[in-house]
Ligand binder design. Structure first.
Ligand code: GDG
Length: 485
């Protein structure tokens, strides 16, 4: 590959993943995901390349297991555009991904729900891997190309890349919340992270709150001048002496029409009916769908539902709560502990309230394909989305998009980015146990006309604000961002 690409997407993961077989061959699967489908039309219009990790490990000089092993090159035709694989060793992944990204930044940026760890031996691989991504982009970008860097694993890339290639137009988007200064200032490498992000021409967040937190920190930590649309970074190479970094909110969304269309197919309809039958055709099916993550408030829902059963507000057999908890980050200790806690809660509730042949809770710790997920959305009378903190949360948007007949109710945490937009949901404070119980009861017992009005308003919003609009608005803002070339 040569330095010919005019659009570069840089994300921790490539939009394909490797499935390594015992005979040494590798099969490549395209990862279905919002980001890929959002960007696909833009990628097609450009000579684009996607830079990321494939999920397979590079030969690690320190591991005898990997000695003599070489990675097969990626086939040319598997992705939505050209792909460039960044190699990672097993040890590096531990420091960069499980360590600094998921044990430091992830908990810190989510209100320190789990205690962030600050280890120097995690920071070093984070820097090294960020540099590897930046170098690769510097090699592949055409003169003046546009680069879109994604998420918390790669916050140093913008500055590193700007130093290597000042001609590029660089945008950064954070998919998780950006915390208030009281929390962010704990980070021993706080200055490096902010300087890393300020290498961008545009820094985007899901919500105006995240953008405001970031702007305030640039003032407090680096003494920079900022207003609500951006910040001036000193730059002696420019006549003005400053370079303007634009900062704003770009709430991500879903392919609303695609979910709507899927939910209208006979196959998915039949599967939804089948799911309800298998659950014993209760009056109410209540659903949660999340990666098994401590930010998602799965415990909040379990507690609310169990207490309503205990108090007799919900009669046994009347409602079934289905929680799909997709396995996630299983090598990180906090996630192992969370799984134990959730499974203990489920086990207790089933022991205390189960009826023979009619368990009130169905807990599924397994991934499902998208069609099955949509069938669950269609089968559910109430969707419970109760994160303690969430950048956006796409699940609640997918549920709304799938409710083609305007029925169904969404209970949504105020602390999900989506709450800024979906104001017709039953909004709750996930820390308020009584409030969550009340919202669930309200959602179950609300008058159908009110429910339908709420759902209609949320659906209209999502049809207008879909993921294509999100991608276009970010790229337009990047295009417009001031760059005194
Ligand atoms: C981060 C931010 C932000 C879940 N289980 C299965 C499955 N899923 C899909 C859902 C949804 C996606 O995964 C989860 O997206 P969320 O937005 O809910 O949450 P995170 O994974 O934490 O995403 C978040 C997002 O980035 C985008 O910026 O909204 O705040 O934390 O699409 O449907 N998909 C399939 N099988 C499953 O079992 N196929």
């Amino acid at each position: 590959m040569t330095a010919s690409h005019d659009l570069l997407v840089i994300a921790n993961r490539l939009p394909v993943s490797a499935e390594e077989h015992a005979d040494g061959t590798t099969a490549w699967n395209r990862s279905p995901g919002g980001l890929v489908s959002a960007l696909e039309p833009v990628l097609r219009e450009h000579d684009a390349v996607w830079i990321g990790w494939s999920g397979r490990f590079a030969p690690d000089p320190y591991s005898t297991e990997d000695l003599g092993r070489e990675l097969e090159p990626l086939p040319d035709d598997v992705g939505p555009c050209a792909l460039s694989e960044v190699e990672l060793g097993r040890d590096e992944l531990e420091g960069f991904y499980e360590g600094f990204s998921n044990s430091t930044i992830w908990p810190l940026y989510h209100d320190a729900i789990a205690t962030p760890v600050y280890h120097r031996h995690h920071w070093e691989p984070y820097v090294a891997v960020n540099r590897r991504f930046a170098r690769r982009a510097a090699e592949l970008a055409a003169e003046g190309a546009t680069v879109w860097v994604h998420d918390y694993q790669l916050q140093l890339v913008p500055q590193m890349l700007r130093e290597m290639r000042p001609d590029l137009r660089i945008g950064f988007f954070l998919h998780i919340p950006f915390p208030p200064e009281e929390l962010f200032l704990q980070l021993p490498w706080r200055k490096q992270i902010i300087e890393g992000l300020l290498g961008s021409d545009l820094v985007g967040f899901h919500t105006p709150g995240g953008a405001a937190n970031f702007l305030r920190i640039t003032g407090r930590l680096l003494g920079l001048d900022f207003d609500e649309t951006g910040v001036d970074v000193p730059d002696s190479s420019r006549a003005s002496g400053v370079r303007r970094v634009t900062v704003g909110a770009f709430p991500i969304s879903i392919d609303t029409r695609e979910y709507d269309a899927m939910a209208r197919t006979a196959e998915i309809h039949d599967r939804a009916i089948e799911i309800r039958e298998k659950l014993g055709n209760p009056r109410w099916v209540i659903l949660g769908v999340d990666r098994l993550d401590y930010t998602k408030g799965i415990d909040v829902r379990l507690k609310a539902f169990t207490e309503l059963l205990e108090g007799g507000t919900i009669e046994p057999g009347e409602a079934v709560f289905v929680q799909i908890a997709t396995p996630s980050r299983e090598n990180v200790e906090d996630y192992q502990r969370l799984r134990d806690e959730i499974e203990l809660m489920v086990g207790r509730a089933l022991g205390d309230h189960g009826l023979i042949g009619a368990p009130p809770i169905q807990y599924l710790h397994q991934p499902f394909d998208r069609e099955t997920l949509v069938s669950f959305y269609l089968a559910a009378d109430v969707m419970l989305v109760t994160p303690y903190r969430d950048g956006m949360n796409l699940v609640c948007k997918e549920y709304v998009a799938s409710r083609t007949d305007g029925t169904g109710a969404l209970v949504l945490s105020e602390f999900a980015g989506a709450a800024v937009e979906l104001t017709d949901a039953f909004l709750v404070n996930p820390y308020d146990a009584e409030g969550v119980k009340q919202a669930l009861v309200d959602a179950m017992r609300d008058d159908p006309a009110d429910l339908s009005m709420r759902m209609k308003a949320m659906r209209e919003h999502l049809f207008e604000h879909d993921v294509a609009r999100w991608a276009a608005s970010f790229l337009d803002a990047l295009e417009e961002s001031e760059q005194n070339r």
